[in-house]
Every structure is written in structure tokens, then in C-alpha cells.
Design a protein around this ligand. Sequence first.
Ligand code: FES
Length: 92
Amino acid sequence: MIPVVYWEPTKKTYPVERDRVLLQSLLQKGAPVEFECQFGHCRKCIVHLKEGFVRHEDSQGITEEEKKQGFILLCSAKPCSENLSLAPLKND
Ligand code: FES
């Protein structure tokens, strides 16, 4: 099965690839995601993983405590469950 991301703000689902970071797949599918550096540093792509599991690369832009609380960086995480639900944080 192809993993599917439910993007909470638009209430749309997007199929994503297991071997690509979520940011790349979501951008390719036209999802309205925020990003900047694309290498785990700026935190623009931080989201709350409300459902599902990911493999997260080591990244300076997120702490282990944040990961335990369910936050991920889209540019540093690959899907490893079939259904994921994501909600962006407000970057005010
Ligand atoms: S785009 Fe900068 S941390 Fe993900």
C-alpha cells in the first residue's frame, strides 16, 4: 500500500513515497506546505504528527523532546506507516 498523508488545514489527502522525505512528496503533489532550507535547520516545515509513524533523520532543527511530543520536520522524515495525519504549526 502507498502511504497517504491527511493534511489537516485543507482536509485533503496526498499519496506519498516511502523512500522520499515527506516534504518532497507533498510538494510534488501540490500540497501547500511551508519550507525554506530543506535540510533540517530552519524549522519552517515543522508539523505535528497526529497519526502514523515516520523515520526521522538527525536534524539540528528539532529536539529529541519535540520528537517525543509528536513533532516532525517534513524535510527530514520519511513515512513508515500507511496513514499519516499532519497539522502544521503556526509560524507567526
Ligand atoms: S525546510 Fe528547513 S527545517 Fe525543513
